[in-house]
Design a protein around this ligand. Structure first.
Ligand SMILES: [Zn+2]
Ligand SMILES: [Zn+2]
Length: 552
């Protein structure tokens, strides 16, 4: 039973207004005594705008502060945008984790592949399972998606039930795993659903997504008719796709060779969890030859992944040649388009035939289009709908669709907004700290630190360093040393930029009154300004300038 002062609240800490980095929290209780559960701990991928950054993670400082009141973290599925931050962030919280067998096994495999990763205990929940965390009664709902075991969560509380959809689509023939559990969702609708927190990724697309089985037919035909070697690249975690490709290869007597570590890791986990039962063992890359099918990582154009290296003719074991066929059974995640085009162009210029989803049904998304979103609303009939998992456009379209479908209260929110779902109508009641962390080498740095901004500036205009020594009488000792990094060697007239910087420094120093020359700080500032002004005049860019003044 709820007390009069109890509230059910929700806050996204990532994934709302952006692609990736999904993390949501639900709280129950009185304002200063709330108990929390977290759903998903995802990463987002970096791009050229963040030089040197591998991954983006949600800032969990609020959760660290609240960690004694967090009852658990539930992982909906094993995509990186939902569980990719667990290994880096869990040690700050050490809260119990709940996941289904495939997700747990993949987390374990990932941990084993990262040297120094912490031991992370996971409570395994069966598909469709139900368990209780304090005031939260949590039931899993199987959803079709592009990875095995995607789960929606029905979160029942004394103030009502919430459906957190996770990632889903409607696919009556998903190749592996059960289809989306319509009966359970309709039953939730009958019981009464307070709020639906739902996937907006494909809310701008009309109609329904094709089935994984339609993709299977198309792939089988393309593999059967391939004149020479054939390679398929896809997300390694799309086990249904691996299965479909393996079956098509077997049907025309091709051996399947795995190229890329993620392929090996995930196929191993898929075998352990039964998702590749009946599929002939994959071969390792040593047997790579003419009559094979290569399943490669690198569908997103990742420069170090197998396909990218093959496209640059830089893979130690695998090469393609004129007449081979490469199938992209994938679509570029927003931000990766250029990298993917680079790989495609690399292959095409070697005379390799490249097939993508532009011309053939070789890929379907794992997210619901408009008709599927309408079906879900019809089954669950929520009082409140909150679009999540998308950029602002996707969420606005999802919201508009929900209003047209008759949902009474449609709320659009942002990362870090705390919303009360009950009692009373939905209302924003607070802001909590939310933001981003960057994975920079082996460290996590806050996005608001200067590190990456500095790196971007250095990338744009380089750096000038100058070291000069002065005596206590304000005289220059020895010759100042100038070093340029990332700056052109000469100006348009052929004058060395190093000399221009040197002359500017000497001029600035020479024109200072003797008294001022004894103050290293004043010298440093005058020299810095002079060099920046001189380089700006000759180059039209202002580099970073470091002046080291030594008092001798
Ligand atoms: Zn997903
Ligand atoms: Zn997702």
């Amino acid at each position: 039973m709820a007390r009069a002062s109890d509230e059910l609240v929700f806050a996204p800490l990532g994934g709302v207004g952006e692609i990736g980095m999904n993390l949501a929290i639900y709280g129950f209780g009185e304002e200063h005594r709330r108990q929390w559960i977290a759903v998903d701990f995802g990463v987002a991928f970096s791009d050229d705008a963040l030089p040197g950054v591998d991954l983006i993670l949600p800032d969990i400082s609020y959760l660290v502060e609240q960690r004694r009141n967090i009852l658990g973290l539930v992982l909906t599925h094993a995509h990186e945008d939902h569980f990719g931050a667990v290994i880096d962030l869990w040690p700050r919280l050490k809260i119990p984790i709940y996941a289904t067998p495939f997700t747990a096994a993949l987390l374990q495999a990932k941990r084993e592949s990262e040297p120094g990763a912490p031991e992370i205990p996971v409570n395994i929940v069966p598909l469709g399972g139900r368990f209780t965390l304090g005031p939260f009664d949590i039931e899993l709902v199987s959803m079709a998606h592009s990875i095995p075991e995607s789960n929606g969560l029905i979160i029942r509380t004394p103030l009502g039930a919430v459906l957190h959809t996770g990632d889903w689509k409607i696919d009556p023939t998903p190749v592996i795993g059960p289809p989306t559990d319509e009966a359970k969702l309709r039953a939730l609708g009958d019981e009464g659903c307070l709020a639906l927190i739902g996937d907006s990724t494909n809310a701008v697309r009309e109609g329904r997504s094709p089935s994984e089985t339609d993709v299977a037919k198309c792939l089988a035909e393309l593999i059967r008719t391939a004149p020479a070697r054939v390679a398929v690249t896809t997300f390694a975690s799309n086990v249904a796709r691996l299965r479909v490709v393996a079956e098509a290869a077997a049907a025309c007597d091709r051996e399947v060779v795995l190229v890329g570590r993620a392929m090996e890791r995930i196929s191993q986990v898929a075998r352990e969890t039964g998702y590749l039962d009946g599929i002939r063992d994959f071969r390792s890359v040593e047997v790579y030859g003419h009559k094979v099918l290569a399943l490669c990582t690198g569908s997103q154009g990742e420069p170090r992944a197998a396909l990218s290296r093959i496209a640059q003719d830089d893979h130690p074991e695998v090469a393609f040649s004129r007449g081979d066929r490469v199938i992209f059974s994938s679509r570029a995640i927003p931000g990766n388009e250029k990298a993917v085009m680079r790989v495609i162009n690399g292959l095409v210029s070697q005379g390799i035939e490249v097939i993508t989803d532009r011309t053939h049904l070789v890929h379907v998304s794992g997210h619901p289009r408009m008709d599927e979103l309408r079906d879900m609303i019809g089954w669950v009939r929520p009082q409140i709908l909150l679009p999540v998992h998308g950029e602002p456009l996707h969420m606005a379209e999802h919201a508009a669709l929900a209003r047209r479908a008759g949902v009474g209260q449609v709320v659009q929110c942002r990362d870090g907004e705390l919303l009360r779902l009950a009692p009373g109508g939905p209302r924003k009641i607070d802001e909590i700290p939310a933001g981003r962390l960057y994975k920079d080498g082996s460290l996590l740095v806050r996005a608001d630190e200067r590190t990456v901004a500095d790196r971007r500036r250095l990338g744009f205009a380089g750096v000038v360093s100058i070291a000069l020594a002065i005596s206590d009488r304000g005289e220059l000792i020895g010759d100042p040393q100038v070093t340029l990094t990332g700056i052109p060697e000469a100006d348009a007239l052929g004058h060395r930029i190093e000399d221009i910087a040197y002359d500017a420094a000497m001029g600035a120093f020479g024109s200072m009154p003797r008294q001022r020359r004894r103050d290293p700080e004043a010298v440093g500032e005058a020299v810095r300004r002079a060099i920046r002004a001189a380089l700006s005049a000759t180059w039209n860019k202002k580099p970073t300038c470091h002046v080291h003044v030594l008092e001798v």
